[in-house]
Design a protein around this ligand. Structure first.
Ligand SMILES: O=P(O)(O)OC[C@H]1O[C@H](O)[C@H](O)[C@@H](O)[C@@H]1O
Length: 530
């Protein structure tokens, strides 16, 4: 396409949201008008499906649930007066609680202001709060957040080390919709142990965000934790950033949560437009469909040219891949859907993997995110007329052009600056694009059946470990892996047995392996108390 045609196409397809000053440009995706016409009937159905969902339909049929995250930012949309009141009350409760903390009306047991908070959660109970914190907390948050988002003991130690001098003024927020996720429970138990070792009254520091009636809710209630904020079954983990899951941590840091909600609400409104060109979420869904042939054949590479948006790609990885990565469609046909998401930030990534994007396997499309405001305040001129921000834009435009020359497609989203309102709008934009795209490809975006297999296997391994530990304690002589497998009645688990024992051995956990560690069949295991 020559420059004039490309410029015309740019203008024809450029979407602009007046209120948010946000642009979406899909002109560098190679679709043509006939493709758009072909998809239009599917879009009509998808937009209707979104309208039904917002009206309270059971949009998650497998789990028999409504899907209500859009109500969180516009309570009037919720299908019953009770839900509307509850949504408003939840936001007001977060505001009121955090206001009292910031004013020093709620203080740590030692009488001082709370200074820090450790947020413990995983998946949808971590990624949103982490993304928003990095995007918006700035250098001097009212309360400094630290995250434990894994079962890694060393990661827990790191978070605790960050607050070791201030444990007495640290809040602990345990976030889990189900209230039974083992990683989160482990983190909470470890942190609690440190508080107890330090002679601190853990419940006076502890906040739970979880569903009513969950294990975590019961614990918080029975121990009278400092605060409890509910999660609802009609909000999925990966779309919970604008529920108390995301609002409480953000508010603690001093982020304007009403601004985030307002931005999301404005974006929701824009993405109800039935005219595709006027609907930014539909434009993204159209571009994704085109890129991957409606089968996820191309990966989504996210390149925000702004350090504070670093975690957007990680946040979107769960939102997109857990929503779209499905074995079956809504009729039960095997479809193996999904779109892989990765990315970090520009221009940093130009010095890492962009080489492959331009010259290597053409199995991706890029989404550039451009932020118009370079920084707060004036910029130094590095050379006459040129600032660091000019360089950053130059790198973005250069890469976009270089990819285009090699028929590598890209989308560009342009935002004025990174504010609570814009971050709320970006979250909503992608939630809506995922919802629409899922409807286009006829899958349930709101369940995650595939996640269960790994969890079940993990539980079985822990139970096998307990059996092995007790067999070794009772054994009168060292046992080979084969013998242990027989005794544990797990002859087909010998590989797992080896891996469990190797881990116990490496951590001096009461098991010693003898023989050649690299040749499993030579090994014998002994309990160290043998
Ligand atoms: O919030 P929780 O119930 O602890 O769940 C945390 C995460 O774990 C699960 O395995 C799901 O796949 C995620 O969608 C969820 O966000």
């Amino acid at each position: 396409m020559d420059a004039a045609a490309s410029w015309q196409r740019y203008q024809d397809w450029l979407y602009f949201h007046d209120g948010l000053t946000l642009y979406v440009d899909i002109s560098r995706m190679g679709f043509d008008d006939s493709f758009v016409d072909h998809l239009r009937p599917k879009f009509d159905r998808a937009l209707q499906a979104m309208a039904d969902l917002e009206a309270g339909a059971i949009a998650n049929p497998d789990e028999g649930r409504m899907v209500g995250h859009y109500w969180l930012r516009d309570a009037d949309l919720a299908p019953t007066p009770e839900l509307r009141d509850e949504i408003r009350k939840n936001v007001a409760d977060v505001d009121a609680f955090v206001g009292r903390l910031h004013r020093g009306e709620i203080v740590a047991p030692n009488g001082q202001y709370f200074t820090d908070a450790i947020s413990i959660g995983i998946g949808g109970s971590a990624l949103g709060p982490q993304f928003v914190s990095k995007a918006l907390a700035g250098f001097n948050p009212s309360i400094q957040l630290h995250f434990i988002d894994n079962a890694d003991p060393a990661g827990m130690d790191e978070a605790l080390a960050q607050v070791q001098d201030r444990l007495a003024t640290t809040l602990v927020i345990t976030i889990s919709k189900s209230g039974g996720t083992p990683e989160t429970r482990n983190g909470m138990v470890e942190v609690r142990h440190r508080f107890e070792q330090a002679g601190l009254d853990f419940p006076r520091h502890a906040i739970a965000i979880t569903a009513y009636g969950s294990q975590l809710a019961n614990l918080a209630q029975s121990e009278n934790w400092l605060a409890f904020f509910p999660m609802h079954d009609w909000v999925g983990g990966r779309t919970s950033e604008l529920s108390s899951v995301g609002l409480l941590p953000a508010a603690l840091e001093g982020i304007d949560i009403r601004g985030m909600l307002a931005g999301a609400r404005e974006m929701d409104q824009a993405t109800r437009a039935v005219d595709l060109r006027q609907n930014p979420a539909a434009l993204l869904a159209l571009a994704w469909y085109y890129a991957g042939n409606g089968q996820g054949e191309k990966d989504m590479v996210l390149l925000p040219y702004k350090d504070s948006l670093l975690l957007f790609s990680r946040y979107l990885q769960q939102l997109v891949m857990e929503s779209l990565g499905k074995e079956r469609d809504l009729d039960g046909n095997v479809v193996h859907q999904g779109i892989a998401v990765y990315g970090n930030k520009g221009s940093t990534d130009q010095h890492a993997y962009v080489q492959q994007l331009r010259d290597g396997v053409p199995n991706f499309f890029v989404t550039f995110i451009e932020v118009l405001e370079d920084r707060q305040g004036p910029s130094l001129e590095l050379e006459p007329g040129i600032t660091s921000g000019d360089y950053l834009l130059g790198f973005l435009l250069g890469t976009r052009e270089a990819l285009s020359q090699k028929q590598r497609d890209s989308i560009t989203i342009t935002i004025p600056r990174v504010t609570p309102r814009i971050v709320g709008a970006l979250i909503a934009l992608y939630e809506r694009a995922v919802g629409l795209y899922a409807a286009l490809i006829h899958i349930n975006a709101y369940h995650q059946p595939g996640v269960e297999a790994g969890k079940k296997a993990a539980a079985q391994n822990l139970s096998l470990q307990k059996t092995l530990q007790s067999l070794l304690r009772e054994a009168e002589k060292p046992l080979t892996l084969q013998e242990l497998a027989q005794k544990a009645q797990a002859p087909d688990q010998i590989e797992t047995i080896y891996q469990i024992l190797r881990h116990l051995h490496a951590n001096q956990r009461g098991v010693v392996l003898q023989g050649n560690l690299g040749v499993p069949k030579t090994l014998t295991a002994t309990a160290t108390n043998y």
